[in-house]
Design a protein around this ligand. Structure first.
Ligand SMILES: [Zn+2]
Length: 594
């Protein structure tokens, strides 16, 4: 693996609080991946932010009677605080409403326009008969021309699955007031995606490290590329950077085009904030850098065709390129979907567990554990409260929590410092080598994005440590052979010390606590902070970021020094009352019927 890794995480949409399905798919996996690479000593840059433009924001703002900017700001705050409390250690988690982001997006647009990659087209658009405002495709409803369903939308028919345009609908009506929309000619810019088909194919075909189905699906998709609109009839978005549009408040850049450029603009903002504004180039223009994108499965081709097309089109000629092209994605790490108690998440129907609901009542590491061990990494999975309680109690508390607690308790009985060991037996060396081997085995699994298997391997090593202690019975040895008891406790402490770092990418809060209980005062698993940042254009805004000078535990076996004072044990994890299940299900029902 390269020593320079760019971790690009999907941007959560700021039209409401995020539910646990959102952080299950890409939030927690990307953080596990980035924390591991930092511990390994790699130069990691991990960025994301809230996606704050587009129709879902304006519609939610209208419903609540506030401005789109106010609505986006409220949910940016909620989401930023949720992600901070979940321990997602971004170098920078910013937002798409910053002056820096506008400047980068406008430079991409202007460069693509200058190079002839944008096509102007006039097409009929739907406008509300009552307000005169543009009606987004999905807010036009009507009868499907293919199957006759009377609840088809202007983007597609859910009953037959066909893609539609609003003009295809029979008896079209506005979803908000039921009035028939007015169709007017409207001028828009389209990205000429077919112009990139050949370059995309040349880039994708030699790849051997993509999952075969992703590669095949992407190559098929390239055959069908069509020009894609990048402007909209909307008043909330990044302004179109052409003189004739400077004063137009009815047309803006389409949200998809602006949001995906966030991966680049966030890296540029991060570099500026470090005092070295050119530093982002080390990840975006250095040949040795690797770019990994984390997202849900519904966004794969977007990141394997459309975003690379933008980067190819921008090339070495953009205002930020400085004569060198920008790096294309090296790989995508996609997840499947999470359902909840057998149902699809739906905020509007109240079938939802928000990130905050869990963090207010349970440990962040318990949620991180569940989402990694039982999340939708390879297949759709179901979150149930009974499974959350069972896994917390039977796995997290009973295995890893029990081992660390047991070892520290035994060490206290021997004087509360790391004891001096005698000669090691084969059993001592075997368990020590087994656990130390986790830095290779767990690490390889994380690098290949097998996060569930990686955490299972760490749990297996905790179990091996527990079995060693049970077999050696140091509590009996203490009365018969204290020197041997000291050697056993020394061995168990060294295993626990390594395990704290092996678990740190997955469970950073408890690993840091255990590291301190083992007598250290340095930080192995830093946590991000919510603060403000001022970008290169003087725009000050809320961000989530790692504290300056953050330090990481080393991803390698190391010894606890003999004589180091140890803290009395205190449980790392809270055992949950089984009554939690009924309480939470009752809360869910109350929300769904509200
Ligand atoms: Zn249909």
């Amino acid at each position: 693996m390269a020593d320079r890794v760019f971790v690009a995480v999907a941007w959560p949409y700021a039209n409401g609080p995020r539910h646990i399905g959102h952080v299950a798919g890409f939030g927690v996996p990307s953080d596990v991946f980035a924390r591991y690479h930092r511990m390994k000593g790699d130069a990691v840059l991990m960025v994301s932010g809230t996606d704050e433009h587009g129709t879902p924001i304006t519609v939610a703002a209208d419903q609540e009677g506030v401005s789109p900017a106010a609505l986006a700001d409220r949910y940016n705050q909620v989401i930023t605080e949720d992600l901070a409390d979940l321990g997602l250690a971004y170098d920078l988690f910013t937002r798409t409403t910053t002056a820096n982001h506008y400047a980068v997006v406008q430079d991409l647009f202007a460069t693509l326009h200058r190079k002839g990659y944008l096509i102007e087209r006039t097409e009929p658009g739907a406008f509300s008969a009552t307000t005169g405002r543009a009606l987004p495709d999905r807010y036009v409803e009507g009868t499907c021309p293919h199957c006759g369903s009377d609840s088809a939308r202007g983007d597609q028919c859910d009953d037959c699955g066909k893609q539609l345009d609003p003009t295809d609908l029979i008896d079209p009506r506005s979803a908000s007031d039921g009035e028939a929309p007015v169709f007017r000619e409207s001028n828009h810019f389209y990205l000429d995606l077919p112009a990139f088909a050949e370059a995309l194919r040349e880039w994708i075909e030699p790849r051997t490290d993509w999952r075969p189905n992703i590669k095949k699906f992407t190559l098929n998709y390239i055959d069908e590329l069509k020009p894609r609109p990048i402007t909209r009839d909307i008043d909330w978005g990044v302004p179109i950077p052409l003189p004739e549009y400077a004063d137009r408040d009815d047309k803006k850049i389409y949200v998809w085009f602006d949001a995906v450029i966030g991966y680049l603009s966030a890296a540029i903002e991060w570099a500026h904030s470090t005092g070295d504004p050119e530093r982002w180039r080390e990840w975006w223009q250095d040949e040795a850098a690797k770019h990994l994108y984390f997202m849900g499965k519904d966004n794969i081709v977007f990141h394997t065709t459309i975003w690379p097309s933008l980067l190819l089109g921008y090339g070495a000629d953009g205002g930020y390129s400085d004569g060198r092209p920008l790096r294309l994605p090296d790989n995508v790490v996609s997840s499947e979907f999470l359902t909840m108690e057998g149902r699809k998440f739906s905020s509007s129907r109240g079938v939802v567990i928000y990130v905050r609901d869990v963090l207010d009542r349970y440990q962040a590491d318990a949620l991180r554990y569940y989402l990694t061990i039982a999340g939708p990494e390879q297949q759709d999975t179901d979150f149930t409260w009974s499974e959350f309680v069972r896994r917390t109690n039977e796995e997290l508390v009973a295995t890893w929590g029990n081992v660390s607690n047991r070892v520290l308790r035994l060490a206290q009985q021997l004087g509360g410092t790391v004891p001096e060991p005698g000669a090691l037996t084969d059993d001592d060396r075997a368990v020590r080598d087994t656990v130390a081997g986790g830095f290779a085995s767990v690490g390889e699994l994380i690098e290949s994005a097998h996060f569930k298997a990686a955490l299972q391997e760490a749990m297996r090593l905790a179990g091996e440590t527990n079995r060693y202690i049970s077999a050696q019975e140091p509590w009996k040895l203490r009365k018969t052979d204290e020197a041997r008891a000291r050697t056993v406790i020394w061995t168990a402490l060294q295993c626990t010390h390594d395990l704290a770092r092996l678990f740190a990418p997955f469970l950073p809060f408890s690993s840091q606590r255990l590291h301190e209980q083992l007598g250290h005062d340095d930080v192995i698993a830093p946590q991000p902070v919510v603060t403000t940042n001022t970008d290169a254009h003087g725009d000050e805004h809320r961000v989530l970021r790692l504290p300056e000078g953050a330090t990481w535990g080393r991803w390698a076996s190391s010894d606890l020094p003999v004589g180091q004072p140890l803290s009395p044990p205190s449980p790392l994890f809270t055992k949950l009352d089984p009554a939690v299940v009924d309480d939470e299900l009752a809360r869910l029902e109350a929300r769904a019927s509200a």
